[in-house]
Design a protein around this ligand. Structure first.
Ligand code: FNR
Length: 350
């Protein structure tokens, strides 16, 4: 099958043109150093993949209490900004584009990573179930429910992280509002039981997400800002609630009135279907969002090409195949077979 569309360039907006329609999905790898600074191995890892249309980095924490996994990089200290400068420089030398995925894990954080006396924060004082992957002795804690002053500080911290990302040479940022982390915790009835300005109905439940979008857009320009959403990816202990549909309808409608670089689906399997959202994620996001739309989840080169040709999405994010094939684009161009992904590949940063 021809991959003409997949391998052709894409004009995202007046500021950014992608060399092809392949986006590297954000992939947490847990290889930052103990100060959460990107290492030389990470520089090489990203540089090897720089010929995709756009790299979205692994989720990167905006402040200390956002950390829920070992050795995930940050973007809040000078050393971290300098570490990322090496990454962005290497990607740009290969004519690539790279966005930083800005992350706060909310109640999925654990004080063991940032301050044994510290507290975990979230919209409501409801703990995630279970314990930290790969650190099963660390049970999730009941979070402190953020008050409105603390929410204002968090919004500001997101904006500062976006400025830090630009200082580090990133072409833009992706707001991680997916997968049951802090922003997503505000967007679901199961994890948001507030009855103030940030909860109680759809309009108030989307306020935090929109404040973050607006603060970051003001800080670095909306053409440099994307957002990742997982309306039907129920992970990290969020139980589906049919009222969530109204929350996402309200959010997408509000985003349609704002400039943004793109909206990106967050989930593992694109075929996942939900009665609450009338089908799969692309069907839902495509029909409710006017922004450039990036699909994800189990795509092969030919299924990606077909979806692009059929205009089900504008760009496609590729995750695990890009772990297995740093030379993914070269293989597609040469019509060479791809190497299958295995979980064992996560143990090194090739
Ligand atoms: C992920 N995914 C993910 N998503 C995200 O928004 N931020 C992240 O940091 C990560 N980290 C991560 C690590 C690993 C090892 C995997 C496998 C996945 C989800 C990822 O971006 C993508 O949505 C899925 O992997 C589905 O796409 P593929 O792999 O089927 O192309």
């Amino acid at each position: 099958m021809s991959l003409d569309k997949l391998l052709s360039h894409y004009s995202l907006n007046g500021s950014l043109t992608l060399a092809n329609h392949v986006v590297m999905a954000p992939l947490t790898r847990c290889f930052a150093d103990e100060q959460l600074v990107p290492t030389a191995e990470m520089v090489a890892y990203y540089a090897r993949r720089a010929n995709v249309g756009l790299i979205i980095t692994e989720a990167t924490i905006i402040r200390k209490d956002g950390q829920g996994y070992p050795n995930t990089p940050g973007i809040f200290s000078d050393a971290q900004i300098q570490g990322w400068q090496h990454v962005t420089h290497a990607v740009h030398q290969h004519h690539g584009l790279i966005f930083s995925q800005l992350w706060h894990t909310g109640r999925v954080a654990h004080p063991a990573f940032f301050d044994p006396q510290g507290q975990v924060v979230a919209p409501s004082a409801i703990a995630a179930h279970g314990s930290v992957p790969r650190r099963r002795e660390l049970t999730y804690q009941t979070p402190h429910a953020l008050n409105e002053d603390e929410i204002a500080i968090l919004v500001n911290d997101y904006a500062q992280a976006a400025k830090n990302a630009r200082q580090a040479g990133f072409d833009g940022v992706e707001i991680h509002a997916a997968n049951g982390y802090l922003i997503d915790q505000f967007l679901h009835y199961d994890s948001n039981r507030r009855d103030d300005n940030y909860g109680g109905d759809a309009k108030r439940m989307v306020r935090f997400a929109l404040e973050v979008v607006d603060a970051i857009s003001t800080a670095i320009g909306a053409d440099r800002v994307g957002i990742r959403l997982s309306p039907l990816g129920y992970v990290n202990s969020i139980t589906p609630d049919s009222r969530d549909r109204d929350v996402f309808d309200t959010l997408l409608e509000a985003l349609n009135h704002r400039e943004l670089a793109y909206v990106h689906a967050g989930l593992f399997d694109h075929a996942t279907s939900s009665a609450i959202f009338d089908g799969n994620i692309s069907h839902y996001l495509r029909s409710h969002s006017q922004h450039t739309y990036i699909a994800v989840g189990g795509f092969t080169p030919s299924s990606a090409e077909q979806g692009l040709v059929d205009e089900h999405f504008d760009l496609v994010a590729i995750g695990r195949p890009l772990i297995a094939n740093p030379d993914y684009i070269d293989r597609l161009r040469a019509d060479e077979a791809l190497i299958d992904y295995h979980e064992q590949m996560l143990t090194s940063l090739d």
